[in-house]
Structures are given as C-alpha cells and as structure tokens.
Design a protein around this ligand. Structure first.
Ligand SMILES: Nc1ncnc2c1ncn2[C@@H]1O[C@H](COP(=O)(O)OP(=O)(O)O)[C@@H](O)[C@H]1O
Ligand SMILES: Cc1cn([C@H]2C[C@H](O)[C@@H](COP(=O)(O)O)O2)c(=O)[nH]c1=O
Ligand SMILES: [Zn+2]
Length: 192
C-alpha cells in the first residue's frame, strides 16, 4: 500500500536536497519519479528544483487551480509513475492535498511532500494544515538557530534586517528575506 509523507521544517533545512536525493534513488533503480514544484517559486529558475550540493532536476509546475489527480492519472497512463515528489507543498490548496491522497489511495503511488509547516507569523500554510491532518507519515527535518537550538520558526525581515510581524502570507524569497530561528529567538526578534 502506498503512503503519503509530509517532510516539514523551517527554511534551509535541506528539504529540496532530500527530495532530490529521493528522486536520485528512484532513478538509480530504474524507476520513474515525478517532481512538482510551485509555479510561483522561481528562485532557482522556473520548473527546477536545485540544491547547493550540485543536484538539480526539472520539475512539473503546480498552480492553485491545477487538478493534480487528473494530471498524475494522465501521466501514469502514458508511463508508469513510481513516486510523486512535491516541493514547496505549503503552497498546495486543501483540494490539492485531497487530490494527492487520491493519487495514493486510488493509483497506489507514494506521494512525498516537502515544505514549511508555518509562515513568518507562526500560522499554518493551507497545504501544511491538511498535510498535517491527512498524511500517513509526518517527518520533521531539522535545522538550527544561531543559538544552537532547533529552528522551528522563520522570521521575515525588512530591508534593514528588522523582523516583520504582519504582511501577505506568501512572499517568495531566500536568505535575503528570511531567517530560521528557535521559538525563543523568534519571540525576541518580534519584541514579545
Ligand atoms: N541552487 C542553489 N545555489 C546555491 N545555494 C542553494 C541553491 N539551492 C539551495 N541553496 C542553499 O542550500 C541550503 C539548503 O537548501 P535546501 O535543500 O533548498 O533547503 P530547504 O528546501 O529546506 O530550504 C540553503 O542554504 C539554500 O540557500
Ligand atoms: C516563512 C515564509 C516563507 N515563504 C516562502 C519563501 C520561500 O520562497 C519559500 C520557502 O522556501 P524553502 O527554502 O524551500 O523552504 O516560502 C513565504 O511565502 N511566506 C512565509 O511566511
Ligand atoms: Zn535560538
């Protein structure tokens, strides 16, 4: 029986790197993984997942309006899909997380999702909320705060490096805008 996995962490914990390693392992065994990433995240080039250790792969793009079950059913009918790997899964909608459970339950294809649990305000993303609720396996990937504790929060910074408390949930960026920290230093940065 296939299963759905949610690998979650703060930023820069190596989620994309782990996804690429899983894809490599499937390919090494002559199997066919399919990678998806969010169309809105074009930091390392549209339709690409990359990591600084040198691995890079082309990816299918998903937008909030896509029917992921229909797309994967079509792909699987053309060529057997052995595994689905989703990067930036926090940007999935509730409906899309449900569609991915159908890929697992009806098509019997494992779905491995990689993404953030919470945003810079400490609120769940929609995709993460339903993955936490519906995934078979929850796996935390860890990174560390400057103090050495586990970093489970992410600060969004303004141009001067000051932590921001409010704003749109989605704003694509990297180390220039975001810092992963422990909860204690998250509160301190926001003056709480
Ligand atoms: N193409 C790239 N070039 C340079 N650095 C990268 C690239 N992709 C990722 N990184 C860096 O590698 C580190 C971990 O990356 P990643 O696996 O993307 O973690 P996560 O997905 O958890 O944020 C981060 O410091 C990130 O800035
Ligand atoms: C915390 C937070 C992050 N984002 C964006 C910023 C990046 O583009 C992605 C996460 O990338 P990762 O390094 O692959 O984990 O999400 C956002 O839009 N809103 C937020 O609050
Ligand atoms: Zn800390």
């Amino acid at each position: 029986m296939a299963q759905m996995y949610f690998y979650y962490s703060a930023m820069n914990a190596g989620k994309s790197t782990t996804l690429l390693q899983s894809s490599f392992n499937y390919r090494e065994r002559g199997m066919t993984p399919v990678i998806f990433t969010a169309a809105i995240d074009d930091r390392y080039g549209k339709g690409k997942v990359s990591s600084r250790i040198g691995l890079q792969e082309d990816a299918e793009l998903f937008s909030t309006s896509d029917d992921l079950y229909a797309r994967l059913q079509d792909m699987n009918a053309t060529k057997k899909v052995d595994c689905v790997l989703i990067d930036e899964c926090q940007f999935l909608t509730k409906v899309q997380v449900y569609q991915l459970t159908e890929v697992v339950d009806k098509l019997n294809i494992p779905v491995l999702c990689y993404g953030l649990r919470s945003d810079f305000r400490g609120e769940l993303f929609e995709g993460s909320r339903y993955l936490l609720a519906w995934a078979d396996k929850l796996v935390e990937l860890k990174t560390i705060c400057h103090c050495g504790r586990k970093a489970n929060m992410v600060i969004r910074q303004d141009a001067s490096g000051k932590a921001i408390a409010d704003g749109d949930q989605v704003e694509i960026g990297g180390n220039d805008r975001y810092v992963s920290v422990c909860r204690k230093h998250y509160k301190e940065a926001l003056g709480r």
